[in-house]
Design a protein around this ligand. Structure first.
Ligand SMILES: *Cc1c(COP(=O)(O)O)cnc(C)c1O
Length: 461
């Protein structure tokens, strides 16, 4: 039997409705880059799930109770209590968003020259590790880099790779291990509880700190409940606490699994690390009781932390991502498998097989999808990968378009509309032209590059 969404809608925001002619004009004006489209011409916006969450009535009402005192606000106490209850860490330092927490912990724990192993890199996380003089080392299992591998826990740490690194450089040259829950760049792929236990065991044996990028931990808990023997009857809230019991601390982006539009924090067990974090947060973010946020933001996050680990919410959230992905897979559209926690990834290299990677297939597909339907997606391929230090283009293994589902924002009928648009494009894929750069900035080029279509080549077969 089918069940409906575990919420009802109390306030609506009209979607912009556009014609194909308007969208053709808009994408040309945006240089065929979906990041440069004004949101007023975007219908269903699947650019990102970061900070795009719909808050609940309880969060909005909590915001009215925000204590805006400069120091010692009771809103801070509410956040600390929520983190203690849901995550089990005694100490919390708020930051303006996830990268603020990454900045502080990288400065505190990394000495220049040290290594930071992790289960695949994330853009801002690695940037802050490098800024602090550290070197990121990828210790994720090989399956994470293969879009077709059907491993249930594709985000797992490869224990042998981790131990080899320790043997090669020495435990004292490892600042800490950073375990992401789930792994965003692998397609929202989870880590198993057994793997966390194994990582902890290695860390204990060598005296290495075990830290988490916990940005999407509630989604990770759902996959453990669904796939790992022994957890089917355990609530996601209990699984989250058990997962985190293995860690020394975490960085959190409130814009994902804390269900708010802005915010983040550091949480930890060590009073010594807390003292250092409080010293730095005053310099870079704000007083240790607000860390760059308003009292109302702390209140909204305190409520969101509890809502994010609710079993019904999570089943609906991940069910919706899967609902979209399965429609595409059934129609033969090539997507990354298994379908992850927050997004469906189109395999643009297979979708636009008539283009070479230098014709920017994922960028071209994202632009074509917008023109077809008003749906905005994001390129994750050669454009996002950027250039090598010698100036040549990096050619990543994965050439993907990400359809990211914001939390509690769209209904399943919106997902039907997205599926119809992608499937329609799939049938006309041979007519989609590649793109070439007309403007390319020197760093993080995917945000602001501009493109133009290549001449259409009609296939002979
Ligand atoms: C979004 C994200 C971050 C950074 O968080 P911000 O709030 O955007 O600064 C870090 N790690 C992962 C896995 C993320 O998805």
């Amino acid at each position: 039997m089918r069940t409906g969404e575990p919420f009802r809608i109390k306030m609506v925001e009209p979607l912009p409705i556009t014609t194909r002619a308007q969208r053709e004009e808009a994408i040309a004006a945006a240089g065929y880059n979906t990041f440069l489209l004004p949101s007023g011409v975007v219908g269903i916006d699947l650019l990102t799930d970061s900070g795009t969450t719909a808050m609940s009535d309880r969060q909005w009402s909590a915001m009215m109770l925000g204590d805006e005192a400069y120091a010692g606000a009771r809103s801070f106490d509410h956040l600390v209590t929520a983190v203690q209850d849901t995550y089990g860490f005694p100490y919390v330092v708020p930051t303006h968003q996830g990268r603020g927490a990454e900045h502080l912990i990288s400065r505190i724990l990394i000495s220049p020259g040290q290594y930071v192993p992790g289960n695949m890199y994330f853009t801002t996380t690695r940037a802050h590790q490098e800024l602090a003089g550290g070197t990121f080392v990828d210790v994720v299992i090989d399956e994470a880099h293969d879009p077709a591998a059907l491993h249930p826990f594709k985000g797992n740490v490869d224990i042998a790779k981790f131990e080899r690194l320790i043997a090669d450089v020495g435990a004292d040259q490892i600042a800490y291990i950073n375990v992401a829950l789930t792994v965003n760049l692998a397609g929202g792929q989870p880590v198993s509880m057994a793997n966390l236990r194994a990582v902890r065991e290695v860390c204990d044996r060598h005296g290495i700190l075990m830290w988490s990028d916990a940005t999407r931990l509630a989604e990770n808990a759902f996959f453990i409940q669904e796939r790992e023997p022994g957890y089917a009857e355990t609530s996601c809230a209990d699984i989250v606490r058990e997962m985190l019991s293995h860690f020394d601390g975490l960085t959190m982006s409130g814009k994902k699994d804390a269900m708010v539009n802005i915010g983040g924090f550091l949480a930890m067990r060590s009073a010594d690390i807390l003292t250092k974090a409080r010293e730095l947060v005053v310099l870079f973010e704000g007083m240790p009781t607000y860390g760059g946020l308003a009292g109302r933001d702390l209140e909204a996050m305190a409520v969101g932390l509890r809502e994010a680990v609710d079993d019904h919410y999570l089943a609906n959230r991940i069910g919706q991502v899967r609902y979209l992905g399965e429609q595409l897979a059934e129609a033969g559209v090539p997507i990354v498998q298994p379908i992850g926690g927050h997004a469906v990834f189109l395999d643009a290299a297979a979708f636009l097989a008539h283009l070479s990677q230098d014709d920017l297939p994922a960028q071209a597909l994202a632009a074509a999808l917008y023109v077809e339907s008003g749906v905005r997606s994001m390129e994750r391929g050669i454009v996002s990968a950027g250039r090598n230090p010698d100036g040549t283009n990096r050619h990543p293994k994965l050439e993907l378009v990400r359809l990211t589902i914001p939390r509690r924002v769209y209904t399943d009928r919106h997902m039907d509309a997205v599926a119809d648009a992608v499937i329609e494009l799939w049938h006309r894929r041979h007519r989609i032209p590649g793109l070439r750069f007309t403007y390319e900035p020197s760093t993080l080029r995917f945000f602001t590059s501009r493109f133009e279509p290549l001449p259409v080549t009609v296939p002979t077969h």
